[in-house]
Structure formats: structure tokens, C-alpha cells
Design a protein around this ligand. Structure first.
Ligand code: PMP
Length: 304
């Protein structure tokens, strides 16, 4: 059961969440012509009159870029202002997740992006841990991540998530927590809603953008943190077999934060994960605005 935040932004105004309803003929529902974002916020543990949003600017920028694939111009600045107002109106008292979504809102038949109305909405829900922070089990999916030549993977396009949904259900119904997808080249790509990192001999390794991954904002944060810690990092293709012999493996994303992997298929990974733990603790402290070096990653919204 989800606890939704009481106010949503819908059809250019703030309305009670229950009143934000779409027609069954909405184009996006039929063709997946939508793109979404997902960001996290928390009430400031040091100041009850403030809400902290992690990397608000980057999330708005990515959604604005995704909107371009829908033939829709939506500025990052406009999105940012609406999200700030959304947070002020809701005044969340628990850790929460914001879901903005841009979509073909016209009532149209036939897939197209021209000559059809677009709009966007924002809603939110309370969200604690998405995956166990103590270690998850992963299956290698029988589904392959789409490739950029047939799908705009630099956007976070709703239609792409049928593959994630199939992979997640396949994994969970066969007794695992999460799925790891390969790309069309047979290299490790990402999980259903998270990027992947492995650690071998003290080096942090993750697939590069050319591997058909989503441009994850947590991934970007982790790479920056590792560089600042002096941990060597490489962005390169990862073979499936490397997963099984890695010293540490973790998944990362807005909802999951940093989720250590304890098992992949039948291979057990070590419970000793010094680098994963170091990065996880640092990221956590930053989201709580406890690290002065990364204050520019945390946007503060004043609420009455
Ligand atoms: N890959 C996919 C497919 C995702 O849906 C997400 C979640 N947005 C990520 C990776 C991680 O991205 P981020 O860190 O920006 O949440």
C-alpha cells in the first residue's frame, strides 16, 4: 500500500491527489508516449521547516531532455519551480519520492508525436527502503535491454519499462529480488530501475553510456564520490562472468539508493563489502545534508 502525498500537480494546477484523473482514451496510455522522472526528498533532520531534495536540477534537466523525444518542449527551470511549489504545498513529514511525468495527453488513436497535446503532472508518495540495504539476490534476466538504434535510451521513456517489468516479475517469481539485464552485445547493462557497479581489486567498474544504460543520476554521484575518495574508476563493458567473481557488486538508483548484491544466480558474493559500504554511508550522509563538501547536490525548500 502506498501513502500518496495529498496534493498533485495536474493539468496546470494543484489539485487533491484523488481528483487527478485521466481519460481512458489518453494517447500515452495506449502507446507509452510518456517520459518520467523520479527523485527523493526528506524532511531536514536538523530543521523541521526545511525539506531536502537530492540533485533536483539534474533530475529536472534529464526530464526536460526526455520530453524532447516526445516532441514536447518543457524547460528544466519550469519543472524545477513546479516541483518546489509541489513540495511546499505537501510539506511531507517522511522520506518521500516525487514522480513527475510528461505525456501525450491528447485523446488520440494512432501512434505519433506531432499534432497531439502534451502535458505533465507531478505526484508523490512516502517511500522508505525500496530494496533491502543489507544485500539482495539477482537473476540474470532472459530479457535484453533495448538498443539505442531502435529506442531513445538517453530518455527515461515510459514504453521502455515493459522490459523492466517483465524482467522484474521473472526474477521475483523465480525467487530472486531483482534482475540484471544484458545489452544486445551480451554485456552487462543495468537492473530494472538501477545502474550496476562491480568492484575488482579495489577498482570500481561500471558500464559506459555506449552500453545502452540509462544516464543514472545516482551512478553519476557514485562515480564522483569514488573519484573524490581516490578509488580508481573505469567505465567499460562488463562480461557476465565478471559478475560472478567480482569482490563486490551493487546496484544504485534514486529509489534503491545503493543496494549491495549478495548473490547472482547460484553464485554467492562476499559479505565483506568495504567499498560499497563506504560509498553507501557517504551518499546517505549527503542526502541528509550532513556533508559540507556536497551541499550543492542538496536543494533546500523552506516550508512553513
Ligand atoms: N536505470 C533505469 C532503467 C532506471 O529506471 C533508473 C531509475 N531512474 C536508473 C537506472 C537509475 O537512475 P537514477 O539514479 O537517476 O535514479
Amino acid at each position: 500500500m502506498h501513502t500518496f502525498l495529498p496534493i498533485a500537480y495536474f493539468e496546470n494546477q494543484f489539485v487533491p491527489f484523488e481528483n487527478a484523473k485521466l481519460s481512458i482514451a489518453t494517447h500515452a496510455l495506449h502507446y507509452g508516449t510518456a517520459a518520467f522522472g523520479g527523485m527523493r526528498g526528506i524532511p531536514d533532520p536538523e530543521n523541521p521547516k526545511q525539506i531536502l531534495l537530492f540533485r533536483l536540477d539534474r533530475h529536472c534537466q534529464r526530464l526536460s531532455q526526455s520530453a524532447k523525444f516526445l516532441n514536447y518542449e518543457l524547460s528544466s527551470e519550469k519543472l524545477q519551480q513546479i516541483i518546489i511549489d509541489f513540495v511546499k504545498k505537501n510539506k511531507p513529514s517522511q522520506s518521500f519520492y516525487i514522480r513527475p511525468l510528461v505525456y501525450s495527453s491528447g485523446l488520440g488513436i494512432a501512434p505519433r508525436l506531432h499534432n497531439i497535446e502534451k502535458n505533465f503532472f507531478v505526484y508523490g508518495l512516502e517511500m522508505g527502503d525500496y530494496l533491502s540495504p543489507d544485500g539482495i539476490s539477482c537473476r540474470i534476466s532472459s530479457w535484453t535491454r533495448q538498443e539505442d538504434r531502435s529506442f531513445p535510451l538517453r530518455g527515461k521513456i515510459s514504453a521502455a519499462y515493459i522490459t523492466s517489468a517483465l524482467a522484474k516479475t521473472e526474477a521475483v517469481e523465480s525467487g530472486f529480488d531483482e534482475a540484471i539485464l544484458m545489452n544486445s552485445q551480451g554485456k552487462v547493462c543495468e537492473a530494472t530501475g538501477m545502474n550496476i557497479f562491480i568492484i575488482r581489486n579495489g577498482t570500481l567498474i561500471t558500464p559506459g553510456f555506449e552500453q545502452d544504460i540509462l544516464e543514472g543520476i545516482t551512478r553519476d554521484s557514485v562515480l564522483t564520490l569514488a573519484k573524490n575518495f581516490g578509488i580508481p574508476t573505469i567505465e567499460r563493458p562488463i562480461d557476465k562472468s565478471e559478475l560472478f567473481i567480482a569482490d563486490e557488486v551493487f546496484l544504485c538508483g534514486t529509489a534503491a539508493k545503493i543496494a549491495p548484491v549478495k548473490q547472482i544466480e547460484t553464485f554467492k558474493l562476499s559479505a565483506h563489502r568495504p567499498i560499497t559500504e563506504k560509498l553507501k554511508d557517504k551518499l546517505f550522509a549527503i542526502t541528509e545534508n550532513k556533508d559540507p563538501d556536497y551541499r550543492d547536490w542538496v536543494y533546500t525548500v523552506a516550508v512553513e
